[in-house]
Design a protein around this ligand. Structure first.
Ligand SMILES: [Mg+2]
Length: 260
């Protein structure tokens, strides 16, 4: 059984417009072939629900850079340990909650490191800054485990890294924002979920797609990890295989190639 894990922004969705037009055919093919397609994204639970519905996906999904795995009830044929239940999902949580991150952001500011986080920005400002509709910006603000922010003074990057390290927090960068979060990453969540798939299907082959630094751990934790091209045509690293094409184009081409 093939299991596909994929990032959303800049990978299955266009970096600027968040459109899935160019990845739609590949997504539909995966769904038709009953190959699990697991979203693994920095997006929130609310945003994931929106895109699951829009793209017709019904598989488990990983939210907020590995902050939690949501598994639909009755998806696996066996019982497994989980942290909580939300709607019709079993949820496995990783890492500390929002409050810990908010305290850390306050401390950062008090140290003179100028940052602006989603907690500091209103829905309208997030919409404007990230190029989201107001409706989507509202869903993006509903964060549980990670805090996206802008570093207003890029010279403070090493101070920022040191701060995260001494506070047992992780710092990662997506296509637009830095993310402050607990000691978890997409890779850890992918490994956890892969183990459940393995228990269910015995023999699995895991494939993953991403475009940015916050995808590296995920790409490293699967059998075949691919980077798609960034908006400027470049790739975020040469350490992983490249799926030629920008964002959704690279994703689609490689899926078609792998399944043909
Ligand atoms: Mg991305």
């Amino acid at each position: 059984m093939i299991i596909v894990f994929s990032d959303l922004d800049g990978t299955m969705l266009d970096h600027s417009t968040y459109s899935a037009n160019k990845s739609k055919n590949a997504i539909e093919l995966l769904i038709r072939k009953k190959i699990p397609l697991v979203f693994c994204t920095s997006k929130t639970f609310a945003e994931n629900e929106f895109f699951r519905k829009k793209l017709g996906d019904s598989d488990p999904f990983i939210v907020e850079n590995g902050g939690a795995i949501y598994i639909p009830e009755n998806y696996f044929s066996f019982h497994f340990p989980y942290t909580r239940r939300v709607k019709n999902y079993f949820v496995i949580d990783f890492g500390p909650k929002r409050e810990v991150l908010l305290e850390a952001m306050d401390e950062l500011k008090s140290k003179g490191i100028k940052v602006k986080s989603f907690a500091d920005m209103g829905v309208e400002e997030i919409a404007e800054d990230a190029g989201l509709s107001l409706e989507m910006a509202k869903l993006a603000k509903e964060r549980e485990f990670t805090m996206p922010f802008k570093l207003l003074d890029e010279n403070k990057i090493s101070e920022l890294k040191k701060f995260a390290h001494t506070h047992d927090l992780n710092l990662t960068k997506g296509g637009r924002y830095f993310h402050l979060m607990g000691q978890f990453d997409k890779g850890e969540a992918v490994e956890k979920l892969s183990a459940l798939y393995k228990k269910e299907f015995k023999k699995i082959e895991t494939i993953a797609f991403g475009d940015s630094q916050n995808d590296f751990e995920m790409l490293g934790s699967v059998d075949k990890g691919f980077l798609v091209g960034k908006i400027d045509g470049k790739f975020a690293s040469n350490k992983f295989s490249h799926a030629e094409g920008i964002g959704p184009e690279g994703f689609s081409k490689k899926i078609m190639e792998l399944l043909s």
